[in-house]
Write a protein that binds this ligand. Structure first.
Ligand SMILES: NC(=O)c1ccc[n+]([C@@H]2O[C@H](COP(=O)([O-])OP(=O)(O)OC[C@H]3O[C@@H](n4cnc5c(N)ncnc54)[C@H](OP(=O)(O)O)[C@@H]3O)[C@@H](O)[C@H]2O)c1
Length: 246
């Protein structure tokens, strides 16, 4: 089996490549370092030729809604065309839990990406992950204000990138689902509390402010919006374990 991983140098991409190699499949890596640009389609047809499976784990250069929507719409269009031309039998996309219900910011862009994949002629599978452990730090950094760190009050199941990559690799070697597989962390946490634990580990002072107007990846997110459904695959690595190892 020949699997092309697009976004192979990324956080999830590099781990997915390793997991796929563990499955014994032939992996072709694609990123701009390989002179392939999925935004323009440059070099893509050649890179994807001979692929049985195409895995999209790219990410946009910004969380801003217009920029990320432009990125995911262009890249998915180019990738689907190249996958169809190559005669690929399976197209796997990594998306985010909440793409179907958070109507703004980066989530809107991921919904546009999902819509294109659903309409693909190549059989497809969507893997939706909850926010990675690392995203708590990204949100905290975005939320720094003179009076403290502002984060939206919401529930989440932060997940390990390694467990997300394992789920993506598992989906890629399996049959197309024509549907959504969810992967999530083992425990439900409040973002405000997780942020407080992170700041303590970083030795930073200052209060965490629960702020309903604070954005999450450029979006207005409701308290339950980032929780997966009842059939999600739950990983094992806790946020506390990640904090200890970072
Ligand atoms: N962060 C979260 O909490 C979270 C949660 C759920 C799902 N996700 C999803 O996970 C996916 C992967 O995220 P990540 O953090 O692993 O991303 P990342 O580390 O930023 O990696 C992005 C990858 O995309 C490649 N890429 C970007 N622009 C490209 C272009 N124009 N042409 C070719 N390759 C390009 C990059 O390669 P080069 O720069 O080397 O070209 C890199 O390999 C995203 O789609 C995101 O929506 C994220």
């Amino acid at each position: 089996m020949r699997v092309v991983v697009v976004g192979a140098t990324g956080l999830i991409g590099s781990l997915t490549v390793a997991r796929l190699r563990d499955h014994g499949v032939e992996v072709v890596t694609v990123s701009r370092a390989d002179a392939v640009d999925v935004s323009t389609g440059q070099g893509l047809e050649r890179a994807v030729s001979g692929a049985e499976v195409v895995v999209d784990v790219t990410d946009a250069p910004s969380r801003e809604q217009t920029v990320s929507t432009r990125f995911f719409t262009a890249t998915t269009g180019h990738l689907l065309k190249a996958a169809a031309t190559a005669g690929a039998e399976h197209y796997v996309v990594l998306s985010v839990v909440g793409a179907d219900r958070v109507g703004s910011g980066y989530f809107r862009a991921k919904a546009a990406q999902e819509d294109l994949a659903r309409r693909a002629t190549v059989p497809w599978t969507l893997v939706r992950a909850t926010p990675f452990h690392e995203s708590v730090e990204a949100i905290a950094t975005d939320g720094i204000r003179p009076d403290g760190v502002h984060v939206p009050p919401l529930l989440m199941r932060p997940v390990s990138t390694d467990e997300v990559a394992a789920a993506v690799a598992h989906a890629a070697v399996g049959l197309p689902q024509f549907g959504v597989l969810e992967v999530a962390g083992p425990e439900e946490l409040r973002l405000e509390e997780a942020t407080g634990e992170l700041l303590a580990v970083l030795g930073r002072s200052g209060p965490v402010v629960a702020d309903t107007r604070a954005p999450f990846f450029g979006a207005v997110v409701g308290e339950q919006d980032l929780l997966p459904g009842p059939h999600a695959h739950l990983g094992h690595r806790t946020f506390a374990e990640w904090l200890k190892s970072r």
